[in-house]
Design a protein around this ligand. Structure first.
Ligand SMILES: Nc1ncnc2c1ncn2[C@@H]1O[C@H](COP(=O)(O)OP(=O)(O)OP(=O)(O)O)[C@@H](O)[C@H]1O
Length: 678
């Protein structure tokens, strides 16, 4: 079925084929899987309530056999007189002369069509013999972008079913159908297009949602198992005691959660398979140090490590902190887009010769001319799934290192098992000891003076502050203007009492580095910035985060920004300046003041914005489901996940004919993966 070209459906000529292609329909399966976007349902109305020139459903009794008249080439018109609520109405059927035999005197009939009050006639689109309220036809409505008329499309689907229904073979083992009381696959598909009634439609959807989620979970889990069992990693061997000494020398003790995740990661490094793991932890929970230890273990086993981050500021910052951490022990280098010419050449030579132990950078790290001597571990920080393609690039370069993804965005469980279902996941669910939750306030613009005075007080205590200006999506220029204006306003207010600095995307990299250096060494105390400081910036001495026009940000983003403070044991504050108009906006500000738990905020954000928007505009890595909805169908997702795990680990998959279709599906997934097509 999958491979039958849609041109095999009777009636599909070249012109129609082209239109179908425009709709992305290539195969018969694509066609029958183009489900209606909604269903119209017309209640049976008394004739007196039907409005002229509008579509409605009425019901009555055929009072005489119909009469067919032919006109033009092959065109016909069948007129059937029907008594509807005591009025004799002409029911007109165009080009369906064959109905004459069925629509005979005395039959009860329900009709849907356009009503012409003056001619007392109804141009019928649907009809059904027998009258029952609940029998009013449910009309599928397709999203066809006016490429193909709906009627034509419906006919085409009917035709596809009449030719190929038997080819819609069952995927699920019979046990599943029985246990969950699911429709068979072909029946469910057919009901989606031609529902008998709403209860059938619901059941058809239920079946297809389960199927879609199960296949997806099977794919993710098969890939996960593949990474664990079928890949050959480079098993790392090193002196445990040397690593332990390094951990003992840190200026703090690892939290239990850090220790646990570290053990999981070290376990992967030592194991024969390739690591494909996500390290998740709320802002400031201490992921970077765990990553650093993993990098150290890699180098101890005579391999190289790479840390890839989304922005140059972050690359620079990690470079600084890892250089300090490994001073005199390891060779740490930085590679970003702004390192060019001779310097870059020399760095790449050293890298190839194995003189560099750890390379930190942006995605410049995996450009074609960057070759490692023995790359053993790549850590990819932030940006959901942006690493997926990177992994492919690495593989194409002949490198297949262990990969650890890190994210500070707490991802609701539903999304995590969907977006990251093919990975092992380690979670740091605990903050370093002594951290106090950031106190958050929501204020209006007219409180500005008080806020600035508050900042000054904090600065006088030796602390620092960020002031973040709004993100205006349409214009980068306006962002900067906002920041510049604010900088001037604050300069006037503080009148030289406080050292201020300004950071935005248009500064050169050297200028950005200098601004960050000054702020992190407390040479400036207030950093006015656009959102470039959002992720990862670590200046533990900063205790105040002021966010302008906070209503413009998503909750996750606000949480990220707030996470720039509260990174030591000193009490920190976050001030949201916002004047949201709607109730939802107000609710969002309120919840920010009520919780500092990233997971709680994420769940809330998901409900508010839906899964598509959750990760923001960037490519999210979330699959697009045809009918399932990650929020609504959460329970089905859980069931599918459990079932997929059972199926994957069951020997039945290879031996039992009932499981053959699923087994084939998994083989296809893995073959595609091996060929690099996923
Ligand atoms: N166990 C610990 N005890 C005390 N301080 C710690 C501990 N672990 C990390 N830190 C410190 O906490 C701060 C935040 O740690 P780190 O930058 O690793 O967090 P992160 O999870 O990467 O944060 P983010 O996602 O916000 O960038 C750093 O200054 C780090 O030195």
């Amino acid at each position: 079925m999958k491979n039958i070209n849609v041109s095999n459906v009777k009636g599909v000529g070249d012109a129609l084929l082209e239109k179908l292609h425009m709709l992305g329909i290539e195969t018969v399966l694509d066609l029958v899987m183009t489900f209606p976007s909604r269903y119209d349902h017309y209640e049976v109305l008394p004739l007196a309530e039907v409005i002229h020139d509008q579509k409605a459903t009425v019901a009555g009794e055929i009072v005489a056999d119909g009469v067919v008249t032919f006109y033009g080439k092959k065109k016909s018109r069948l007129t059937v007189p029907v008594n509807i609520n005591g009025v004799i109405v002409k029911a007109i059927f165009f080009n369906r002369a064959f109905l004459k035999k069925q629509l005979i005197k005395g039959e009860q009939i329900t009709l849907t069509g356009k009503w012409d009050q003056y001619r007392q006639q109804l141009t019928v689109e649907h009809h059904q013999l027998a009258i029952k309220e609940e029998d009013a036809p449910i009309e599928p409505v397709y999203l066809l972008r006016q490429v193909i008329p709906s009627n034509r499309f419906r006919k085409l689907i009917e035709q596809a079913f009449s030719q190929y229904e038997v080819e819609i073979t069952e995927l699920l083992p019979t046990d599943y159908l029985t246990e969950y009381k699911l429709f068979s696959r072909s029946f469910a598909y057919k009901q989606m297009h031609f529902p008998s009634d709403f209860s059938h439609l619901k059941q058809a959807k239920r079946r297809l949602i389960y199927e879609e989620l199960l296949l997806f979970q099977l794919k993710m889990q098969a890939l996960r198992r593949y990474h664990r069992e079928r890949t050959k990693g480079n098993q790392k061997q090193y002196e445990q005691s040397t690593l332990q000494m390094f951990i003992d020398r840190l200026s703090f003790q690892l939290t239990d959660a850090q220790n646990k995740t570290l053990q999981e990661i070290l376990g992967d490094l030592a194991a024969p398979h390739r690591m494909h793991r996500l390290l998740q932890g709320d802002v400031g929970s201490g992921k970077t140090v765990v990553a650093s230890i993993a990098l150290y273990a890699t180098v101890l086993s005579k391999q190289q490590g790479a840390l890839m981050v989304p922005t140059e500021i972050l690359a620079e910052q990690h470079f600084q902190s890892l250089s300090e951490l490994f001073e005199g022990v390891l060779q740490v280098e930085l590679l970003t887009g702004s390192i060019k010419g001779k310097k870059r050449r020399a760095l790449l030579d050293d890298l190839k010769a194995g003189k560099v132990d750890i390379l930190i950078g942006t995605h410049a790290l995996i450009q074609h001319d960057v070759d490692f001597k023995a790359l053993g571990l790549v850590i990819i920080d932030e940006q959901h799934r942006f690493g997926v393609n990177q992994r492919k690039v690495l593989r194409e370069k002949g490198m297949d290192p262990d990969v650890l993804f890190m994210t500070a965005t707490p991802i609701p469980r539903t999304l995590a098992i969907t977006a990251f279902g093919d990975m092992d996941v380690s979670i740091i669910d605990q903050m370093p000891i002594g951290r106090k939750p950031v106190e958050t306030f929501w204020v209006k613009q007219n409180m500005l003076k008080r806020i600035l005075t508050f900042i000054e007080k904090e600065v006088n205590k030796g602390h620092q502050a960020y002031v973040v200006t709004p993100l205006i999506e349409e214009s980068d220029k306006m962002d900067i203007q906002n920041a510049v204006d604010l900088f001037q306003q604050l300069s006037v207010f503080y009148d030289g009492r406080i050292e201020l600095d300004l950071m935005h995307g248009r500064l050169s990299n050297d200028e950005k580095d200098e601004v960050m250096r000054r702020f992190s060494q407390n040479e400036s105390q207030v950093l006015i910035s656009t959102t470039v400081v959002e992720v990862g910036v670590n200046v533990p001495n900063a205790t105040v985060m002021v966010i302008y026009d906070a209503e413009r940000f998503g909750l996750s983003q606000l949480h990220q920004l707030r996470g720039r403070v509260g990174r030591s044991d000193v009490q920190s504050y976050c001030i949201l300046i916002a004047d949201p108009k709607g109730e939802t906006g107000k609710e969002r500000m309120r919840i920010m003041t009520e919780t500092t738990d990233g997971f709680e905020l994420a769940e809330y954000d998901l409900k508010l914005r839906g899964p598509g928007d959750f990760f923001g505009r960037k490519q999210s890595g979330l699959p697009e489901f045809k009918i399932a909805d990650l929020v609504e169908d959460y329970r089905a997702l859980e069931t599918a996940r459990k079932d997929a795990a059972l199926i994957i680990h069951h020997d039945k998959l290879t031996s039992d004919p009932e499981y053959q279709a699923l087994s084939q599906y998994i083989n296809d997934v893995l073959t595609k993966h091996e060929q690099g097509f996923d």
